[in-house]
Design a protein around this ligand. Structure first.
Ligand SMILES: O=P(O)(O)OC[C@H]1O[C@H](O)[C@H](O)[C@@H](O)[C@@H]1O
Length: 445
């Protein structure tokens, strides 16, 4: 099994009979999901994506990735939320958070359209000077403000640099198959397009063209990624909590939530996983956080954050539990040499691999935190590679859907996200929002 749940450190926090107690609800959540009878059942395409994905498009994704590798120094990936986090997370995890600075024969990849910061865009524009560029604009709705605005800027850059015809061969649009401004524009301009299936929501879309094209451009093996996800699809179907670690994870986090642990901290000891933490936060946060319910998903990277958030986790409000994602085999290792003078007194660390030190930090921390009243569980992952990542992505997606149904919410919508957008549009004077604008300006006085 690619992801194994170790619940040994939950002793004293969750009793064995609690898992038996929640089994009936788990059975119901499982049926609701697989029989497609629950809230949001229009958005279950991700459930069978690892076997059902469009093979013809998959081949086009690979071909486009090869073209981009051949003709571009830089790929700008424009998107936000589910149209951004998965690709970045996978690339940082599989390659490195320092990917752009590595010696490599694949293009640098920069992400844009995930904020409204002019300084960020200016920096990126200056990085692009004198370089050959391609752009992958990703937006399911095709109308999200942040990516649309960034696309306007980078499309203009490409058209000025290569002419309209040249730009056409360097712009790839990943969007809805039929609807939205982006689809219309792409058809009009003749951009190559990739589809985000109707029944796959943004935060569940990393294994569609949304994630696959940028991930392939970075030189990652997308066949292995899909194969790992398929393994999870096949393996995680038994509703028995004792036979399905994905469901056990969903059940345990729900048990903890019901006893007042309202914050889940996803913990990693690998900086390359930090963006996966961000992906996880959108997945669970947008899926569960509604109807005034839900666990608040947070994250930390250790040991970095042990020096900033460690105090709170050890000793602050007892509202949180930790889920540690732990890799059995590190991506690479480093032997610590002894030093004859031993001025720094660090010879006790020497003559061993650095991963051993990281491992002891993990063991010491889990003992300290559980002792301090923060429950911990560990998701053990084999290693850092495409197959394990595919499995882990599917594991989290399914755990998230089951968690949502256990909580009694629709895990596949995000109505709350519209509130800020409405206000922002009104304040910016978007046509149609005139009435609201007056009311808001009054409140801002
Ligand atoms: O892909 P898009 O339609 O541009 O959406 C991008 C993101 O923005 C929205 O506001 C939603 O909250 C997210 O669920 C979505 O992933």
């Amino acid at each position: 099994m690619a992801v194994t749940l170790n619940a040994n450190h939950l002793k004293g926090f969750v009793m064995d009979h609690e898992l038996c107690g929640i089994q009936a609800q788990l059975d119901a959540a499982h049926r609701t999901l697989h029989e497609k009878t629950g809230l949001g059942n229009d958005y279950l395409g991700w459930l069978t994506l690892p076997t059902d994905y469009d093979k013809e498009e998959f081949a086009r994704i690979k071909a486009a990735a090869e073209k981009i590798k051949g003709d571009s120094d830089i790929l700008i990936v424009i998107g936000i939320g589910g149209s951004y986090l998965g690709a970045r997370a996978a690339i940082e995890f599989l390659k490195s958070p320092l990917y752009n600075n590595l010696k490599k024969d694949t293009p640098d990849i920069y992400f844009a359209g995930n904020s409204i910061s002019p300084a960020y865009v200016n920096d990126l524009l200056s990085i692009c000077e004198g370089k050959d560029i391609s752009v992958n604009i990703i937006s399911k709705s095709g109308t999200t403000t942040e990516p649309a605005l960034a696309f306007r800027i980078f499309r203009d850059l490409l058209e000025k640099k290569y002419g309209k015809e040249g730009a056409k061969g360097r712009i790839y649009a990943t969007t809805d198959k039929a609807r939205g401004t982006l689809k219309e524009l792409s058809d009009k301009e003749g951009y190559e397009t990739f589809v985000i299936p109707d029944d796959v929501g943004g935060r569940f879309s990393v294994l569609t063209a949304v994630g696959l094209l940028p991930i392939a451009v970075a030189g990652c093996d997308i066949d292995a990624l899909m194969a790992g996800a398929k393994e999870a699809q096949d393996a995680l179907c038994d509703p028995d909590v004792e036979k399905n670690d994905c469901y056990k994870y969903a059940a345990l986090r729900n048990c903890l939530y019901r006893k007042g642990k309202a914050v889940e901290l996803l913990v990693t000891y690998e900086p390359c996983f930090t963006m996966m933490n961000e992906w996880f936060k959108q997945l669970f946060g947008e899926s569960e956080g509604k109807d005034h319910k839900g666990l608040f998903p947070a994250s930390v990277t250790f040991s970095t954050d042990l020096h900033s958030m460690g105090q709170f986790i050890q000793d602050g409000s007892r509202v949180l539990f930790e889920t540690v994602v732990k890799f059995k085999t590190p991506k690479s290792d480093l032997f610590i040499q002894p030093d004859a003078a031993n001025f720094d007194g660090l010879n006790f660390l020497s003559n061993q691999n650095m991963s051993v030190v990281n491992e002891k930090a993990f063991e010491g921390t889990i003992l300290a935190h559980t002792e301090g009243g923060a429950p911990n569980m560990v998701l053990e992952v084999g290693g850092v590679n495409e197959k394990e990542l595919g499995y882990l992505i599917y594991f989290f997606e399914k755990a998230c859907a089951i968690s949502g149904y256990l909580l009694g919410v629709n895990p596949f919508n995000q109505p709350g996200v519209e509130a800020y957008k409405k206000n922002m549009f009104a304040l910016l004077g978007k046509p149609g929002y005139e009435d609201l604008q007056g009311a808001l300006l009054e409140k801002l006085k």
